[in-house]
Design a protein. Structure first.
Length: 362
């Protein structure tokens, strides 16, 4: 989420950090109802079919996926002060492959969604014959001075480029969009429809939102219609995030967290302290929080619930992004399919030390 990862170096100018040169007249930004019109389908189709006068192009299906993602999650909503969103790795259409003397690879109309682009996910993309990977987290944050096999992330880059697989990363655009990742988290913990709630953005985006995306921003807060036990909020989170077995809770000592109720909540997927720290609510929900920030929150009388960084994001891909992207693509191409990675997982696990048994003694 916003401010979760700040690169130590500025991105190289060769990376797709800015899309200011993109012809925005070809983009369609839907109204708040998220209804799509025939013009949106035409514009997305045009993005897939339009070619430049000279030189190789990204494949038609890749252009279609990029157009659909920009329709659902406009890149203008991302926090570009530090984030790196957009098409981070392109691929080459058949004509371009011929022009460059490359073997022509068939284009499969398959997208693979993942939260993080790990080596296992990259191999899965190859095995499942995906033409495009949509990775929520950018796999390029820093400027690259070389690309070789010494760096495991660069190995992925080389592997996917060799297989002509493109990578698109939406990141904070998904967080900020109305009805996006953070609204989904609010839906989970509130257990009621949006019409029954008074919800709002915690941190509005710094620039004007595209038409139809007014009210975009990072984090969400909600006033619940009636008090909800903290234990019930935890239960809803664990279930809604895919059946988590463990969450972490920090709370003031009195009253006991097991008997405490809350009337308001704020959420920010990922590492959300910078967004949530001033929210005047009873409970903060995020993926991860440092010791000192959690201590400060409890001293202010707030309950903190963390679920590990990517656990606050991953289930959104299956529950919301997959059906939305597939529906958008199939308005233009009925053969498009969107898959969700089965190899993607949070790197952390909770270990029960007692279950390890007696260790060797010296």
């Amino acid at each position: 989420m916003s401010q979760r990862l700040k690169p130590l170096l500025s991105l190289g100018s060769a990376l797709p950090r800015s899309f200011s040169s993109f012809n925005r007249s070809t983009l369609y930004f839907p109204p708040k109802t998220f209804a799509r019109t025939p013009s949106s389908r035409k514009n997305i189709s045009n993005m897939a079919s339009t070619t430049a006068a000279e030189g190789p192009q990204n494949s038609p299906f890749t252009r279609l996926v990029v157009g659909a993602m920009r329709t659902l999650y406009p890149e203008e909503l991302a926090d570009r002060a530090w984030d790196n969103v957009g098409l981070l790795l392109g691929n080459i259409d058949p004509n371009g492959q011929k022009e460059l003397g490359l073997d022509v690879t068939p284009e499969n109309k398959t997208v693979l969604l993942t939260n993080d682009l790990s080596p296992r996910v990259a191999q899965e993309a190859v095995d499942r014959k995906a033409s495009v990977v949509v990775s929520y987290h950018p796999f390029i944050f820093r400027g690259l001075k070389s690309i070789d096999l010494k760096d495991p992330q660069q190995q992925i880059l080389l592997q996917l480029a060799q297989k002509n697989i493109a990578v698109y990363c939406p990141h904070t655009a998904v967080d900020a969009v109305p009805g996006g990742l953070n609204d989904w988290l609010i839906d989970i913990i509130s257990g009621s429809s949006p019409q029954d709630q008074a919800r709002s953005v915690v941190q509005p985006i710094s620039s004007a939102a595209p038409a139809g995306f007014e009210g975009s921003g990072y984090g969400r807060k909600v006033d619940l219609p009636q008090p909800v036990p903290v234990t019930e909020v935890v239960r809803r989170l664990a279930e809604g995030l895919g059946g988590l077995k463990h969450v972490m809770v920090a709370a003031p000592k009195q009253p006991a967290v097991s008997t405490r109720t809350v009337r308001s909540a704020a959420v920010c997927a990922g590492s959300g302290w910078d967004v949530l720290k001033s929210a005047p609510v009873d409970v903060l929900v995020t993926g991860e929080m440092t010791h000192h920030n959690a201590l400060r929150a409890t001293m202010e009388g707030k309950v903190v619930i963390t679920v590990f960084h990517s656990n606050s994001e991953r289930a959104y891909l299956k529950q919301r992004m997959q059906p939305a992207l597939e529906a958008e693509l199939r308005k233009v191409d009925a053969g498009a399919q969107v898959l969700v990675s089965t190899e993607d997982a949070d790197p952390f696990e909770i270990w029960d030390v007692e279950s390890l048994g007696a260790g060797a003694t010296s």
